[in-house]
Design a protein around this ligand. Structure first.
Ligand code: FES
Length: 416
């Protein structure tokens, strides 16, 4: 597959940094340990984070491959908002609140499903909506009474599809500028060629608080220990001295989006010796492994040959649901029985590892938090990704707080 100039430069830069670190026995480091008060994992903080972040920022709610044809749709709940994404006859992706404009029932059979339609017929009284959200018909209109159909379309949510991903803001009327929000991460995503992926399977997993959950996607410090018998073996990382490269992309100094990369040769001295002899012009994506995170809730452990896209959805201060999406540029219909079996085994394996190792640890951390043993969480100098994540959370919460007093004044003024 042809590489863009951007890809070539990024690959050369990452492998070069990894070789330097591996040779010196170092890794990317921040200036100091970051301390986070445990109060910031409380239900009160969770409420504020949902309002400041999940209800205001664009969320990556779907992959283009999930809805390739006109009429393909996906219904899901994000916090308390029923969301309906659908590709219209004009092939444009749109998102709506999945609530009928008669009395609010979801216009799909259930609030979490996918499928293909020509129009949505509300199961309650059969009002019919187009894939562009327009109210097309009211059942038994002469008996019901006059309805201005132009005023009763589904409530649209800001939605944009770019480079194989679909972003939605779950608050109507809050526009977003994806180019500005993603910054350099847009180039990173473009290189993945996600618009060519196929979805091969999904797993649904439960974990503790969303930030505890997310922390595990943002540092590789834990890999040789928590994943001693699984990922650590696959990646040949047998000590804590493996290399991690942290880069932030987006409008903030700390991102909020990030790329965490590691050397693909682990600590194997033979492979390391060979790497020293590889000229920079021959560095390829095979020499490193990168995980990209899209703030606030996506982890992409994939390259243009596919991999896994994890979507994290907070549901309570101590509970988060993850959807693992396994993607590959090959159409599963072309797989042999052996290849399909191998893919299914991989899907099951990654669900097991994350559930039994990462998310099991998340529940234990939640208990540790609740016990009051610690007043603060520590993120080491080698955990720069997690540091950036928590700085990003703090930034958006602070920005939200700054707009709150104006609202309070306006409400007080109205009451007076
Ligand atoms: S609630 Fe949908 S038609 Fe009545």
């Amino acid at each position: 597959m042809a590489q863009s100039l951007y890809e070539k430069e990024q690959i050369a830069q990452m492998v070069h940094r990894a070789v330097q670190h591996a040779t010196a026995g170092t890794t990317d480091s921040t200036d100091e340990i970051y301390r986070l008060p445990v109060e910031l994992y409380s239900p009160r903080s969770w409420d504020e984070e949902m309002n400041a972040i999940f209800r205001r920022l664009p969320l990556m709610l779907g992959l283009s491959t999930e809805m390739r044809a006109a009429g393909d749709y996906k219904a899901m709940k994000v916090l308390d908002v029923p969301v309906l994404m659908v590709r219209g006859e004009d092939m444009r992706m749109r998102a709506f609140i999945n609530a009928c404009r008669h009395r609010g029932r979801a216009v799909t059979q259930t609030s979490e499903e996918s499928g293909q339609v020509r129009s949505f017929v509300c199961p309650y009284h059969a009002w019919r909506f187009g894939t562009d959200g327009a109210l097309l018909s009211v059942a038994d209109p002469r008996k019901f009474g006059e309805v201005d159909k132009s005023q009763r379309g589904l409530v649209e949510l800001p939605c944009e599809e770019r480079v194989g991903f679909i972003w939605v803001c779950i608050t109507p009327g809050l526009r977003f500028d994806l180019t500005e929000y993603l910054g350099g991460m847009l180039d990173e995503l473009t290189c993945l060629e996600a618009d060519k992926w196929f979805l091969h399977g999904t797993s649904r997993l439960e974990s503790a608080n969303w930030k505890i959950t997310h922390d595990g996607y943002l540092e590789s410090y834990h890999i040789p220990f928590l994943h001693r018998d699984t990922l650590s073996k696959f990646w040949n990382r047998e000590s804590a001295s493996s290399v991690s490269l942290y880069d932030a992309f987006g409008p903030l100094a700390c991102g909020p989006h990030q790329r965490m990369a590691g050397n693909a040769w682990g600590n194997d001295p033979v492979l390391m010796g060979r790497m020293k002899d590889v000229p920079e012009s021959e560095y390829t994506e095979k020499h490193f492994h990168a995980v990209r995170t899209l703030f606030p809730h996506i982890s992409i452990s994939a390259d243009k040959n596919g991999g896994m896209v994890s979507q994290l959805f907070p549901v309570a201060s101590d509970r988060c649901i993850t959807i693992q999406n396994h993607v590959n540029p090959r159409d599963p219909a072309t797989y042999t029985a052996e290849e399909a079996d191998a893919m299914q085994k991989r899907i099951v394996l990654y669900a097991q590892i994350v559930r039994d190792e990462d998310y099991s640890a998340s529940f234990s951390i939640q208990e540790g938090l609740n016990s009051g043993a610690n007043q603060e969480m520590l993120f080491g100098r080698n955990e720069g990704g997690a540091q950036n994540f928590h700085r990003s959370v703090a930034h958006y919460v602070q920005a939200y707080r700054q707009i709150q007093p104006k609202r309070v004044i306006a409400i007080q003024g109205a009451q007076a």
